[in-house]
Ligand binder design. Sequence first.
Ligand code: MN
Length: 294
Amino acid sequence: MFFKGRRMPGGRLVKDGKLFPGSGVLCHTFKWNPGAPALSPGGNRSKVNLEGDTIMNFGRRGLVGAALAVGALVKAGADRIISPAHAEPVVAGPVTLPELPWSASALEPVISERTISFHYGKHHRNYVETANTLAAGTPYADLPLVEIVQKSARDPAAAKLFNNAAQAWNHDFYWQSLAPKSGGQPGAQVSAMIVDAFGSYKDFHSQFVEAATGQFGSGWVWLALDRSSKKLTLVKTANADTPLTGIGYAPLAVLDVWEHAYYLDYQNLRKDHATQVLDKLLNWAFVEKNLEQA
Ligand code: MN
């Protein structure tokens, strides 16, 4: 559940005052629990799997002004406060927006809650909804996501559907590739495979970071199993491209190197972002699970 742990029993609008990191400006974050009929005039009670969130900057008006503004906004009704992109149900269809495997702030300080809220709540959500809109009324609407990706990749008329469906799948895989208090050296089995494929963990690390920084423009860097050699390898894909469309590589973990994945936290320093993720977030347990199934 997005923003797990902040939802109020019974469903109420929740505000929590906090200083936005680095800004010194008082902000309030409002959380919406869709289970609250009294504050749900827009009919957003059902099928909502993402809690609404918007951040309001009260600038220099201070606590009193902020409190007055909060009161006025609450009185004006929930749908005046919640950004529509978060408050409305995901467009229905064959592609779903899976829940995040951790709370939105769990990856801090490497990846901020703010980045996650945009990346998951806006970008990932948009891929899901666009794919569902494009699939509606076509044979794709009856297929599971993996088959949509694989079939649309071979259908020139479905290029836009492929881009959005592949991005939906890639992001689902990406969230699972990250975990709090992870990264660094993997366990014995994967460490041995890394030494076999790259020479040492240090060499693997530098090649991964080099792949992340060397991918021109937007794309992904995959740790994958080469199915023919049975060795680990690094695969770069551009834009929405995914190993799912080929048979040569089994994806084990992925790093998103689109700017939206890191720009709020690292600006242009993609290398620093890749290094931090490798050192602190790469989910080796997910890699091990994928190796068992590869
Ligand atoms: Mn992304």
